[in-house]
Design a protein around this ligand. Structure first.
Ligand code: GLN
Length: 486
């Protein structure tokens, strides 16, 4: 077994016990990236010197007997977390020369826990997309089948974990960008409750929805990663002032007997691939065999979730992205006058999908249309949130497929934005309600000759991450999903 194959917990334990050094592990992963990144394109920035310097500091702390939670383990960081002194682009041309003068809180927490910055991972431009194809640095390939997308927008983070180019990575999820790529790559992806991780230093897309989260190859590692990155932050006014929980501990202390699992009837409908349904049904059966109870529930406003999301998110994006004007930081294309400079900078700096969102957002926020679109969408959002509140009076957790199909072909949906948006059908409602959701590998299916992973989504009440991770751990024990071979 190669060092790069180690999981997060395994690696941290071996480093702590001095069986391996952080430097050895970091070198092994850097070599793996060098060998594989040309094909997968999971990383957009890798700085060997910084990684080895941080690894060296970890090794010193180990020698001094002061190891921290994930001491010495190299991590992939989605390229929308600002890293001080290390280029942070959100995979947009408009930021491709941006070197942040400050560090995001999530990454600060990870470095304080002993993590090592391995590199910045590829993503859809400004996290807008479901296939990683809107990245300025090109699409990421799914390691399970190189002709397919790993999903998006955190496609690089998911592919890097699946392909053993890091043990764990950060992602961000505004409408599914952690759960959908986790489902497509056979990894575990958790988006915690809105407010659990600080948004400080994350390049903003839609601020009322954006939430950081984690990818790993197993539930315990995802739990450990979340524990290391989350926590209250006074620099983010929407941050939740609650203590950090030891999510990775006592994962097996969980009684499936009596667990009430809600299955929303609106999620098991046309458009859901029958083979995906079969795999999800098997997962549910594993739980009922152990004494869980299944309750059919209704989330009646589900059909409005995609339309409401695609009004709220672009509206917030249009406002957030107004700051890229060529004056303060990022790309500047000189024009004949101030207005011309704004226009040239933004015309050249933003890609197609980002421009589409800015136009939709400005349209829905314009006077005359504001009430018809934006206010209406906010009302729908309140109803969707209430659907979940009602549901959690009857059940402990909700199970759904993460996505209606497994990974689709690169190029398959990019010409048809509505088809692309519909891929988010099972993930956006959770985001609009601010609830925690995760995706765990449920099985694999032959699909057009490929053997692709399928994810089960688990949704819980606000701040139920611990319970959710325990449920996912129980699922993992029963399913025995085999990750990709290194
Ligand atoms: N696919 C969704 C979108 O394009 C979600 C993206 C995300 O969660 N960042 O908006």
């Amino acid at each position: 077994m190669e060092l790069y194959e180690l999981g997060l917990k395994e690696a941290a334990t071996k480093i702590k016990n001095k069986e391996i050094s952080s430097t050895e592990l970091t070198k092994s992963l850097l070599d793996r990236i060098e060998a594989r990144n040309g094909e997968i394109n999971a990383y957009v920035t890798v700085d060997r010197d910084i990684a080895l310097e941080m690894a060296q500091s970890s090794d010193t702390r180990i020698k001094e007997g002061n190891p921290r939670l994930i001491e010495g383990v190299p991590l992939g960081i989605k390229d929308l977390f600002c890293t001080k002194g290390v280029r942070t682009t959100a995979c947009s041309h408009i930021l491709d020369n941006f070197i942040p003068p400050y560090e995001s809180t999530v990454t600060t927490n990870l470095w304080n826990a002993g993590g090592v910055l391995l590199g910045k991972t590829n993503m859809d431009e400004f996290a807008m997309g479901s296939s990683n194809e809107s990245s300025y640095f090109g699409a990421v390939k799914n390691p399970w089948d190189l002709s397919r997308t790993p999903g998006g927008s955190s496609g690089g983070s998911a592919a890097a974990v699946a392909d053993y180019q890091c043990a764990a990575s950060t992602g961000s999820d505004t409408g599914g960008s952690i759960r959908q790529p986790a489902s497509f790559t056979g990894t575990v992806g958790i988006k915690p409750t809105y407010g659990r991780c600080s948004r400080f230093g994350m390049v903003a897309f839609a601020s009322s929805l954006d939430q950081a989260g984690a990818f790993a190859r197993n539930v315990e590692d995802a739990a450990l990663m979340l524990r290391s990155m989350s926590g209250y932050d006074e620099k983010d006014s929407t941050s939740a002032d609650r203590p950090i929980e030891n999510y990775d501990e006592k994962l097996d202390q969980f009684d499936i007997k009596g667990l009430k699992i809600g299955l929303p009837k609106e999620y098991f409908v046309d458009g859901l691939d029958p083979k995906v349904k079969e795999i999800i049904d098997q997962s549910i059966k594993n739980f009922t065999d152990q004494g869980a109870e299944v309750v059919e529930i209704s989330l009646p406003h589900t059909k409005y979730a995609v339309p409401a999301y695609y009004i709220v998110a672009p509206a917030e994006a249009a406002a957030n992205l107004a700051r890229y004007d060529g004056m303060r930081y990022g790309l500047r294309v000189e024009g004949d006058n101030l207005m011309d400079t704004y226009m040239k900078t933004r015309t050249e700096g933003f890609g197609m999908e980002v421009k589409r969102r800015i136009m939709i957002g400005n349209y829905t926020l314009s006077s005359g249309y504001y009430d018809a679109y934006y206010t209406k969408a906010q009302r729908v959002r309140a109803l969707i949130t209430k659907d979940f509140v009602d549901a959690f009076e009857q059940v402990d957790v909700i199970f759904t497929p993460t996505t209606p199909t497994p990974a689709f072909k690169i190029g398959g949906k990019v010409e048809d934005p509505v088809q692309m948006y519909l891929n988010d059908i099972f993930t956006v409602a959770t985001s609009l309600a601010g609830l925690p959701g995760l995706s765990v590998p449920a099985g694999k299916m032959g699909f057009e000759g490929a053997n692709l992973p399928v994810g089960l989504q688990m949704i819980g009440p606000a701040f139920s991450e611990r319970q959710l991770l325990r449920t996912a751990y129980a699922h993992e024990q029963m399913t025995k999903f085999e990750p990709l071979k290194a």
